[in-house]
Design a protein around this ligand. Structure first.
Ligand code: FES
Length: 107
């Protein structure tokens, strides 16, 4: 689910990293937006609306709308469309406004 060739753009090689999403270990590329890594792994539902619990995914993809808020390393309300992926990050969907959590890392 990634674009690997493009007639105008180039995609320089980046280091592959592991991260955890909802207890499953996934891979992505260091420095890419967390949302891009999730999409590449087939995960498109990033959160659910707090009132009706409808699935939410990307909307603006530039950090302006809050449609992609997730919990990253125990910190709620991270805009994952603009947050860079790092080795061993722990990413979760959050409920409503989210709460701070203690995180177990897989270092
Ligand atoms: S999709 Fe709009 S802030 Fe991330």
């Amino acid at each position: 689910m990634r674009i690997s060739e493009h007639p105008v753009l180039q995609f320089p090689a980046k280091r592959k990293v592991h991260f955890v999403f909802e207890g499953s270990q996934l891979t992505g590329y260091e420095g890419e937006p967390i949302a891009a890594a999730l999409h590449a792994n087939g995960i498109k539902v990033l959160s659910h609306s707090s009132k009706d619990h409808r699935p939410r995914g990307f909307f603006c993809a530039i950090g302006n709308c809050s449609s992609c808020l997730m919990e990253v390393n125990g910190e709620p309300n991270v805009r994952i469309c603009v947050e860079e992926l790092k080795e061993n990050m722990v990413v979760k969907r959050q409920l409503g406004k989210g709460t701070f959590q203690e995180v177990r890392r897989f270092d």
